[in-house]
Design a protein around this ligand. Structure first.
Ligand SMILES: CCCCCCCC/C=C\C=C\CC(=O)SCCNC(=O)CCNC(=O)[C@H](O)C(C)(C)COP(=O)(O)OP(=O)(O)OC[C@H]1O[C@@H](n2cnc3c(N)ncnc32)[C@H](O)[C@@H]1OP(=O)(O)O
Length: 720
């Protein structure tokens, strides 16, 4: 894993552990023996550490965390590097991150390919750079820069790193050759002033000021996360304590993080990010064996808020879009809005004015469907009504070329029921964007019974091209996101009927880490949207909904949201919803006594006695109900693996990444507890049938020891 090559008087330690040269145990052993060997070898006068392949080490091996640690630890390897009697030069290329950058900071010199990047992304894994990174970096950069680099986890490009003093020289030619030349030039020079452990933090006197400012910033930016705070405490130690004591403090803070639930969740999330887009169908077709079609043009049908934002997703990566709306006034409005949104992106420096211009040049608005005959992909984004969508798909099927894919942005409707309207069900799929579609990262791609593997490959590929995190799910009512989230919404409203207020429920879930509580979310999208869907469904089933309706098809029903609609309280757009706003479209939500009155009078009219609902009950009723549904989603094969569900929640529903996602959270709570509480609530609320415990959950909970999350589907689903 580490090749030892001597060229003249230079020993080269070449790390060879693809794909990212992670500092696994064998690499650490190789580096340590290499340093020792070079120091014993009389012919060697300087040592170069370099990575083979695409990069210098990009960090410790994340898969080793959570397992019993194996010696030598990186710190011991690093200390041997620093103590070397012969100069050690780290030659960086690619991404020198985390433990990799620490190896470089133990070295006496650091040179780097001018295109390389460095950084300490540990905080994103709920950790800190635990091999003295937090006490060495401030010695080079000063405290403010070190605090920013370490608490943000951001990559720094080589010229910037040179400016901060992290690097000694940038290289534009052959890195190894240049490293050897550089090594020769420093032979015999004193090393003590190159050993960071011997150098003081130059602005140590100002540490308290920097600490206070940075702490306030991380508490605001990374609310609820412990790693950024520990990073700052350790950096403060670098300035206040003698080096050895600072190193001891860093190790203690690192250990605290390594064993934390947050780090476990963030490390899980790191791998879930990479695993979720790797799709596989029950037929065996997968990302490995299926080629996508190349999409060169797109039509978006429906130029409402959603359709317009979807169009932006494509044009901003250079894919031409035909935006179709039946009414010219609406179309012109949409085109104007798109121009304004892109103007906003220019102002925020997300795109240049030129890029805005180029994007708008490849957008064309039309009022006739006939114009889409030649596009490769259609994304339909009209009102959520099955009959309407079937009509549009039937027309599209006739108009579009045979190879075109016809996709729906439906958020709930069964793709199979839409596909039957066409003669090309293999080319019909769902592409469920989340509002606002040009901002939200998630794309829930949906396959139906007849969707072909190449259609799946194509929608997953185009999702990646437009910069989305794409997750594949099988069709069902609500797919994964809305199907599971419906339980959160239902329980939240039922708790209003029982004693809570919107702000109580939202506060508990926001303190848990959710980006927004369910009532603030509803106010954002508008209560009219849900009302229309409920009315549509009731009409389909021949049901009349009234304020007195308490059950629909035997299921508990709350008419509170309907009351809000009747009062014209649609949310932010009307300046009133579950909260009060200063004016329409204002963002700050204020609890509203009028809503308290509405809820109280609703309860009185239904004869419900209100009670205090404790925070733990709010968490359990909202999240455990969703988790139970998540297990059903797994057992039915709607989602292939728990990671897919968790990534959907993180990127689409604002679930805190440091809790992993609902399924990972369930694994941390313990499946026995989840199962027992689900059974308890099923007893308490038999008219909410979603509380019926999932078979998969029951089976997994019956094991005497917890079944690890990576075995949930493979072990039990096949036996169900
Ligand atoms: C209790 C006792 C304590 C004792 C003291 C201990 C002292 C601790 C000392 C040091 C601690 C150091 C902490 C760290 O270094 S944590 C790691 C920091 N580094 C990172 O977080 C980098 C993570 N990786 C990335 O950001 C990217 O992978 C990148 C390097 C930018 C490359 O990106 P890209 O080209 O897009 O490639 P992928 O992301 O798809 O990755 C390719 C595959 O490599 C796997 N991978 C990547 N990084 C790691 C890693 N650090 N460890 C293990 N595996 C890694 C990734 O999962 C991909 O694999 P696969 O294809 O199977 O999914």
């Amino acid at each position: 894993m580490v090749d030892y090559i001597v060229d003249g008087n230079i020993a080269v330690l070449e790390i060879n552990n693809p794909p990212v040269n992670a500092l696994s145990i064998h690499v650490r052993e190789g580096l340590l023996t290499g340093i020792q060997k070079a120091n014993q070898d009389g012919s060697v006068q300087a040592i170069v550490i370099i990575g083979k392949g695409s990069t210098f080490p990009s960090g410790a091996d994340i898969r080793e965390f959570g397992k019993p640690p194996k010696e030598p630890w990186l710190t011991a390897v690093g200390e041997a590097i620093e103590a070397s009697e012969k100069p050690v030069i780290s030659a960086l290329h690619g991404t020198a991150l985390g433990g990799g950058l620490e190896v470089a900071l133990f070295s006496h010199y650091r040179i780097a390919d001018e295109r390389s990047r460095v950084g300490f992304p540990e905080v994103k894994l709920g950790l800190l750079p635990g091999a003295q990174g937090t006490i060495r970096l401030p010695r080079l950069t000063g405290l403010a820069v070190a605090m920013r680099i370490i608490t943000s986890g951001d990559h720094i490009n080589a010229p910037e790193a040179l400016k901060y003093g992290i690097l000694d020289k940038l290289i534009s030619g052959n890195l190894l050759q240049e490293a050897k030349t550089f090594a020769k030039s420093v032979i015999g020079k004193p090393l003590d002033n190159r050993r960071l452990s011997k150098i003081a933090v130059r602005d140590a006197a100002t540490v308290d000021k920097h600490f206070d400012e940075a702490l306030a910033e991380v508490k605001r930016k990374y609310k609820g996360m412990i790693a950024p705070v520990n990073c700052l405490k350790s950096i403060r130690g670098s300035a206040k304590l003698p080096f050895v004591e600072a190193a001891r403090l860093e190790a203690a803070l690192f250990r605290e993080l390594l064993t934390s639930a947050q780090s476990a969740a963030l490390r899980y999330s790191f791998f879930a990010d990479r695993s979720a887009p790797r799709w596989k169908l029950p037929s065996g077709a997968s990302i490995e064996n299926t080629k996508p079609d190349i999409i060169k043009s797109v039509a978006v049908i429906g130029a409402g808020t959603m359709g317009s934002a979807i169009a932006i997703c494509f044009i901003r990566v250079g894919i031409p879009v035909l935006l179709v709306e039946q009414n010219d006034k609406l179309l012109q409005n949409a085109l104007k809005n798109i121009g304004q949104i892109l103007q906003g992106s220019v102002k925020l420096n997300r795109i240049t004015a030129d890029q805005r211009k180029q994007s708008l040049q490849i957008l064309r608005g039309e009022t006739s469907l006939d114009i889409v005959s030649d596009v490769d992909l259609v994304v339909e984004a009209v009102f959520e009504n099955l009959k309407l969508k079937q009509e549009i798909f039937a027309r599209l099927d006739k108009i579009c070329k045979p190879s075109a894919l016809l996709c729906s942005n439906t958020s709930t409707l069964d793709i199979d029921k839409i596909a039957v309207a066409t003669n090309r069900p293999g080319k019909v799929a769902g592409m469920h964007f989340f509002a606002p579609a040009h901002i939200m990262k998630l794309l829930e791609n949906v396959y139906g019974t007849h969707t072909s593997p190449s259609t799946v490959a194509t929608i997953m590929d185009i999702g990646k091209r437009i910069g989305k995190v794409s997750v594949l799910v099988r069709t069902c009512d609500g797919f994964v996101a809305n199907r599971m989230n419906r339980m959160v919404g239902n329980e939240a409203v039922f708790m209003l009927e029982e004693g809570a207020l919107p702000q109580d429920v939202d506060r508990v879930l926001e303190d848990f880490g959710m980006a927004m509580g369910p009532f603030r979310v509803t106010d954002l999208s508008g209560s009219d949207v849900g009302w229309r869907i409920r009315q549509e469904r009731a009409k389909e089933q021949g049901i009349q909904l009234t304020y007195e309706t308490r059950f629909v098809n035997g299921e508990r029903y709350s008419s509170l949201p309907d009351r809000l609609y009747e009062l014209g309280r649609y949310g932010q757009k009307t300046g009133k919803g579950w909260y009060r706003y200063e004016k329409p479209f204002a963002r700050t939500a204020y609890p509203d006594p009028e809503i308290t009155d509405v809820i109280n009078s609703h309860c009185r009219s239904l004869g419900i006695e209100r009670r205090v609902i404790p925070p733990q009950e709010i968490i359990e009723r909202c999240l455990f109900a969703a988790i139970n549904e998540g297990f059903k989603v797994l057992e039915e094969g709607v989602a292939e693996k728990p990671e897919n569900i968790d990534i959907i929640w993180q990127y689409g529903l604002g679930f805190p990444r440091y809790r992993g996602g609902p399924m990972f959270y369930a694994s941390q709570v313990g499946l026995k507890t989840i199962y027992e509480r689900v059974c308890y609530y099923y007893d308490a609320f038999p008219h909410s049938s979603y509380w019926a415990p999932s078979d998969l959950l029951r089976k997994l909970a019956s094991h005497s020891t917890e079944v690890p999350i990576d075995q949930w589907t493979s072990k039990e689903r096949s036996r169900l």
